[in-house]
Design a protein around this ligand. Structure first.
Ligand SMILES: [Fe+2]
Ligand SMILES: [Fe+2]
Length: 206
């Protein structure tokens, strides 16, 4: 039997992301365990977002489900929903505001009531210090999903994500903060706080 990097736990992140990048949309849905709720929401997303953004959302959903797999329910269902919806505010706000806009749309237009899902949508762009498990997984999955290319620290973040998600979050937050500083864009203070918080956590472990 051919070895399949997509089923079961992720022993080899490189193989997992390479194979996942070749999946069709229905395959993403099936492998993430999506049901009728997610299928309805996917229809909504297709009306709101560009096809590439929908693919990205499917990539984040599957990556998040894989990261949550060992913890079981209810985490898996929550990150499945949050991963799929995390960018639902993308066409309603600017880069920094689309997390909070997405939270509002999910709550008011899509009827999502689970606060753990809503806050994961809200914080996915900037991260923050002391993220919940759901927030942390969506923050990391957004950066490392299979269609991402040429991001700094991508390979390292993918390697860390399944064994040390806090370490991956620290790496991503530091890299994002450095990039924002270099490019002169507006820095959200939560990004800096996340970088400091998850770097300090690393120091404690060592
Ligand atoms: Fe986003
Ligand atoms: Fe995203």
């Amino acid at each position: 039997m051919r070895k399949n990097a997509l089923s079961g736990p992720v022993p080899d992140p490189e193989a997992f992301f390479a194979e996942a990048a070749g999946l069709t949309d229905p395959q993403f849905m099936r492998l993430a365990g999506a049901g009728s709720t997610e299928r309805k929401l996917l229809k909504f997303l297709r009306k709101q977002l560009k096809p590439q953004r929908v693919r990205h959302s499917l990539g984040v959903m599957l990556t998040a489900v894989k990261m949550a797999e060992n913890d079981g329910e209810p985490l898996v269902s929550r990150v499945r929903l949050a991963g799929l919806l995390h960018d639902c505010g993308k066409s309603a706000a600017d880069a920094l505001g689309h997390g909070p806009a997405g939270e509002r749309i999910a709550r008011e237009e899509l009827g999502i009531t689970d606060e753990a899902v809503l806050s994961a949508i809200r914080w996915h762009t900037t991260g923050r210090a002391g993220m919940s498990r759901e927030e942390l997984i969506i923050y990391v999955a957004d950066y490392i999903e299979p269609f991402r290319k040429d991001l700094p620290v991508l390979a390292m973040a993918r390697r860390l994500a399944f064994t040390d998600p806090e370490g991956a979050a620290g790496l991503i937050a530091r890299s994002t903060a450095a990039h924002i500083r270099e490019s002169g864009k507006t820095m959200d203070p939560h990004t800096l706080e996340a970088a400091q918080y998850y770097s300090a956590a690393e120091g404690e472990k060592a």
